[in-house]
Design a protein around this ligand. Structure first.
Ligand code: UDP
Length: 234
């Protein structure tokens, strides 16, 4: 069983069926799944994306300055973090928002020591703002924070139940991997995570587990060691 996890939730999954913004039902479902494992003693840090609101790269294609666009994207992750924090508050789950950019009182400025202290206390830590720097993504933010907090695994909760040979939503012949190496993910150009994040996990030996978080109870199944997704290993 994993004791300390870094859970990456993409902004897109928060959008649910709407495809944009925050699907409140989905948000609460996630909060409940996370609370269920936190109550079993798993230390949970969450990195949340912002793609349901704004992405710097798409912004720059529409004429926005890239750095400004990325900063807008990072602020989008903060909006999602506050929504998730609010969902935790309604179910009395202790949680705290730490931001990679100083913006008190919206969240406290991230520090490694603070994050560890909160995790050890049983508080769910929501890490907002990605890395705090442009030209990165929240996938990279996740690999960075997973390593910093010495997580046992980086869990990537998506709407697909693992890594496939091709996008299963587009290619019906795509088959799923139970296990795959970092090199194979990179060689095949699989879009499970961006390559910077994959390489960072590879170089530092951080296992990645990709699973479908949209089925209630799946997070607990992964924690209990059920093989419902894909493990990325050396
Ligand atoms: N972003 C950034 N630096 C980071 C993390 C995020 O500049 O360290 C910006 C970037 O523009 C990105 C946006 O924030 O497109 C939203 O994050 P991401 O695309 O990773 O969200 P997700 O795909 O997980 O919803």
């Amino acid at each position: 069983m994993f004791k300390r996890i870094l859970l990456k939730l993409s902004g897109e999954s928060l959008a649910g069926k709407q495809g944009y913004g925050i699907d409140t039902e989905r948000l609460h479902e996630y909060a409940e799944q996370i609370q269920a494992i936190a109550r079993k003693g798993v230390q949970v840090a969450i990195v949340i994306g912002g793609g349901n609101i704004f992405r710097g790269l798409s912004g720059s294609k529409q004429g926005y300055d890239r750095v400004k666009g990325d900063q807008m994207g990072m602020l989008a992750t903060v909006i999602n973090a506050l929504a998730l924090k609010s969902a935790f508050d309604t179910i009395a789950q202790p949680s705290r928002v730490l931001t990679s950019i100083s913006m008190q009182p919206i969240g406290e400025y991230y520090s490694h020591d603070k994050a560890i202290r909160l995790l050890e206390e049983g508080t769910v830590v929501i890490l907002a703002g990605g890395t705090g720097s442009p030209y990165f993504t929240t996938d990279t933010g996740s690999s960075l924070r997973a390593l910093e907090i010495q997580a046992d695994v980086m869990l990537k909760g998506t709407r697909v139940d693992g890594i496939y040979t091709a996008d299963p939503e587009k290619d019906p012949t795509a088959t799923k991997f139970t296990e795959i190496t970092y090199d194979e993910v990179i060689r095949r150009g699989l879009k499970v995570m961006d390559q910077t994040a994959t390489v960072m996990c590879k170089e530092n030996g951080m296992p990645i587990y990709v699973f479908n978080m949209d089925t209630p109870g799946n997070l607990a199944r992964v924690i209990n060691g059920e093989q419902i997704g894909t493990l990325v290993t050396p």
